[in-house]
Design a protein around this ligand. Sequence first.
Ligand code: ADP
Length: 539
Amino acid sequence: MIGSMMNYQLTLTSIMQHGKQINPNKEVVSITSDHDEHRCTLSDIFERSAQVANLLKSHNIQKGDRIATLAWNDFRHMELYYGLGCSGAVCHTINPRLHPDQVNFIINDASDKIVFLDVMFIDLIKAIEAELPTVEQFIVLTSDVAVVEHLGEKWTTYEDAISVYSTEFDWPELNENDPCQLCYTSGTTGNPKGVQYSHRALVLHTMAAIVPDAFSIGKNDCILPVVPMFHVNAWGIPYMAAMAGCKLVFAGSKVADPEVLARLIKQEGVTLAAGVPTVWNLLAQYLQDNNISLPSLKKLVVGGTAMPPHLYRYFQDEQDMAIIHAWGMTEMSPLGTINHIQAKEMQKWDEDTLFEQKLKQGVPVYGIELKLVNDDGKEVAWDGKTSGNLFVRGPWVVDKYFNRPDVENVNGWFDTGDISIIDEHGYMKITDRSKDVIKSGGEWISSVDIENAMMSHPEVSLAAVIGVEHPKWDERPLLIIQNHGDAELTHDEVVTFLIGKIAKWWMPDAIAYVDAIPMTATGKMHKLKLRDVFDGYTF
Ligand code: ADP
């Protein structure tokens, strides 16, 4: 016997229908290559999504076929999110910051049939076009026909491609387990791996993410997703906006331009912005230099890497924002844990203890289960001290990678590759990636803790810590610093600064200065590259 409720399918189409009916007039503002300031409504977007669906039909695109996007955040990309997914195709978002060889690999691995791309990425795709046999058409996201002239028969503009089609479409009944989005991990170790999200996963993820103790999104919000739409579906914000009914602001290719971000936030009344600390660092610098405050912006969602303490304090104390620190992964759609509102009893803690707590990655949202396991496979206690390998499971966690039957979960749990501790209140703290942890004399040193402590020094722009072979201790930490200016701290000055902030035996054995710490395509410090640079280093 089963329960007596309707077998209603949780699909993106249901989010679109809700948005169309309940929130049609919500505004969407975008910067694109052909518009300094484009304004439309959710309803306009869904009408044009129907035109996209009709275009796919005329191309004989079948259910489950992958269609690629290499695009910034804007209204057209959002039309593709819904037009592709709701018609049964899979919207495969590609990170244009990846190496061209990886873009080539990914398009072929996914057998993409059409590529939608921004003007800025024409050269990137043109250079590998001959190696993409599955792609039948390249559609440039612009109205400017001049940009596609001389590119060849397979090339056209988006506006030309969709304009001939109806704004009505008979959306198919889809199964909630059908795929709708595909995103590859950045592949800092080996080839990128594809995660194919189901409708059900994304709907449940959206419902879990908008609640008060998560992103806290409602009808009066105006959201600026600085996180790119090619990075885990912009953390799901294009779905949240249609479900909750809020205004959206897209910065196009200007996502790393703090002047544009500050202007958009003020002009449009942005209440919530989401992105990685690197972007918030640039914004903080710009706001401080120009003595600007952003009173409308009440909620700052931060994820991707740990929020450095000095940035946390700046936005909390100087800009009066609530910092919503989130942890997740491409494999988790992405939301796993969130550190938002502290329980009442924590508000009584002394300020330093409370701040330490706020810096953690937070508690799992409903739907995500966490488990900490030691190297022998035994679960470790949630005591705030014992670290272990972090495993997760839940309805929006990857079961199998796309095209990779060789990679399997362990008894139904996904190994995140993160090392963490969880305290008795359920607050999780990432102490390292398992591949970055430093093993010294049989004990683990957290590179993340040293980095965070060091990055609170005013002279230091970025700090990375890697393990280097040591004759006595196996490995010891090497601290690599990218400075704001020219003044280099001595080893003694660094040690004096770090005393009291990290355990004594964690003190870096040496410091190296670099002009720029290499970054990955998703804005994280590229430790693999750093390890190559310092290969053979001796203390
Ligand atoms: P990539 O493609 O760069 O691997 P992901 O977003 O999938 O992108 O990366 C996930 C990893 O990023 C996590 O496993 C974790 O190590 C790190 N991460 C994400 N959010 C946080 C955070 N708030 N604090 C610390 N690390 C984080």
